[in-house]
Design a protein around this ligand. Structure first.
Ligand code: MG
Length: 262
């Protein structure tokens, strides 16, 4: 009888420990694009829809601004050799993504985001000058408000640009705001008023203490772009809060019960 009680106590303790260990979120990098159903089209509206449908915690996307100040969802600075910031939106209207979709404007993309089911991980791409970056931040906030998405539970911001992170910190208090470049320690990032980091996994590999330093500062820790099993397991072991990946279902399989869902 005594042995039975001890055994039950051990089981209860293991269950308690498992329930207390922090869960890890998955963010689909440029949406859940790496599959037939999305037509392998990054930053497509379909890739966002699939992140929502698969109940992934987050879906990342990239935003640039055209010369006539239209925000578009696209990773590179150029489209078919045309620089986005020196061309009008009309110059890109016939461009098609790999799956046949047109180039999404931010408004079109957010119309899908409004349907919910995943956090929008909004990357504001670095621009050539401060004025364009500032305008991009301001127009992004306006767009999020128009779509009822200006809510820290529905969107987080990420950027390689210190200027953009500074402006988000000033204009979006209460929102998660993660710096991407990896060239500052969490203490240094926090001193600038920015409350999170999203670094390449090699940065954490070189500075494994930065995860703990960030957590001590109550900063969120995201890592990109982690696709290989050994790298995923290494980042899980370091205790990051979120893994950004092109292989969300592989990360899901590895995390099992440790996955934080939307
Ligand atoms: Mg990005």
């Amino acid at each position: 009888m005594r042995r039975l009680i001890n055994f039950s106590a051990v089981i209860a303790l293991v269950a308690l420990a498992a329930s207390c260990s922090p869960k890890i979120a998955i963010t689909a990098h440029r949406g859940y694009w790496n599959c037939e159903e999305a037509g392998f089209a990054e930053n497509s509206i379909k890739s966002l829809e699939l992140a929502q449908k698969n109940n992934l915690w987050g879906s990342e996307f990239d935003v640039h601004i055209t010369s006539d100040l239209v925000l578009v969802v696209h990773h590179d600075r150029d489209i078919q050799g045309k620089s986005i910031h020196t061309h009008d939106y009309a110059d890109f209207k016939d461009y098609r993504l790999k799956n046949g979709e047109k180039l999404p404007t931010l408004d079109e993309y957010l119309a899908q985001g409004e349907k919910g089911g995943t956090v929008l991980v909004f990357e504001l791409k670095q621009q050539y000058d401060k004025a364009h970056e500032d305008y991009m931040v301001d127009k992004s906030i306006e767009a999020l408000k128009r779509h009822g998405l200006f809510d820290p539970k529905k969107v987080i911001f990420i950027s390689f640009s210190r200027n953009i992170c500074d402006r988000i910190a000033a204009l979006c208090p209460g929102f998660t705001n993660q710096y991407l470049s990896g060239d500052m320690s969490p203490d240094e990032v926090l001193a600038k008023g920015v409350n999170g980091i999203d670094y390449h996994y090699n940065v954490f590999r070189k500075n494994p203490g930065w995860v703990g330093q960030a957590h001590k500062n109550k900063m969120s820790v995201n890592v990109w772009t982690v696709d290989k099993e050994e790298d995923i397991k290494e980042m899980v072991g370091l205790g990051v809060d979120c893994i950004t990946t092109n292989e969300p279902l592989r990360v899901r399989q590895i995390l099992g019960g440790k996955e934080k869902k939307y």
